[in-house]
Design a protein around this ligand. Sequence first.
Ligand code: SF4
Length: 308
Amino acid sequence: MNAVMDTIEAPLGKSAEKIAHENNKLHKRLCRLVGQAIGDFNMIEEGDKVMVCLSGGKDSYALLDILMTLRERAPINFEIIAVNLDQKQPNFPDHILPAYLEKLGIPYHIENQDTYSIVKRLIPEGKTTCSLCSRLRRGILYRVADELGATKIALGHHRDDILETFFLNMFFGGKLKGMPAKLMSDDGKHMVIRPLAYVKEEDTERYAEVKGFPIIPCDLCGSQENLQRKQIKAMMRDWEKKFPGRVESIFSSLSTVVPSHLMDRDLFGFAELKADGQANPLGDIAFDEEPCSTPTTGLGVISLQRED
Ligand code: SF4
């Protein structure tokens, strides 16, 4: 275990051993969840060159750190190269990442591209700049991946990013669509992976504190954080406090989809559906009841709707 994991200061009321134990558990949990996501989605294979996109935020630092640990233990060989895109935002501290990566002793590449000026020139003052900015960034990262011979592009999105995107698409886009753990680029040439897909944001936050990552603030471009995403984040945090387990359950529903019980006629052949007389033992057995009541049990009618 890294020395930093053992030496973080104990907050009042907790012994240093207890803190070290919790930090150790956090590190193990992150390794387990990242390993599980990599395995479940076959994200990394023998001989891969994984380009880890490092923004200077807590999540990408955590991603690089955990991937480096897993590479030491993995039964397969793969390379890691860290890449940062310096978008020339005002006051970007361009010495921080090279110094950090030199210390780690890991191959890295800093790509200098002034997307900041392009975005400022093309987007009127007061309008949100993120969509053009991220489109430009994506194109540059794909090109850099080609130049470096990277076979996978790893991004630091975690479970909560995936859920926020899912809700954004549902609430404002009318689509049941999240952010996939593994994605082929539109031109079919690149494979994007999200090894933190099973990791909660609060874990990357805590891990960044424990490890003392040199975080670069993400508001240097002056753009306001997407208000709708902010509201969804707040909604999920509120649920987490009031209804423990709800967010976890929604997340797990993303990998347990039942097309025959949704309404997408492209996903399920409703038009051709005919009763065939064959019983389905795995058919409707739960939560298909009318949501008003179950039969009485002597204690009166029990509502099936949870009190939330
Ligand atoms: S916050 Fe700034 S740097 Fe990030 S995507 Fe938006 S415009 Fe680009």
